[in-house]
Design a protein around this ligand. Structure first.
Ligand code: ZN
Length: 91
């Protein structure tokens, strides 16, 4: 009977995750950790031969989140996908 318990547990986790994605659809971007900026590429740092804060101020927008510092959660992406499907199905 342990398989039933496991299925129930998995269901609870799935529902909890779906709820979390609904309440908080965005999470901090992994690349910039929510700051929205990314440090200059390593080759430029080598070119300037410095790691001083002044040189690092030339930070540009994070490419992954385009400077927002936010990233859509995977679960929310799934929700959006199904919403789109339903909209295209008519009704
Ligand atoms: Zn980012």
């Amino acid at each position: 009977m342990s398989a039933v318990w496991f299925a129930g547990f998995a269901l609870i986790v799935a529902v909890g995750y779906a709820g979390a994605c609904y309440v908080k659809p965005f999470t901090a971007c992994h690349r910039c950790k929510g700051t929205g900026t990314a440090p200059p590429p390593a080759w430029r740092r080598v070119l300037r031969r410095t790691t001083s804060p002044r040189a690092l101020r030339g930070r540009h927008d994070c490419r992954r989140c385009t400077g927002t510092g936010l990233r859509l959660r995977i679960g929310r992406r799934v929700v959006n996908h199904f919403r789109r499907l339903r909209r295209h199905a008519g009704r």
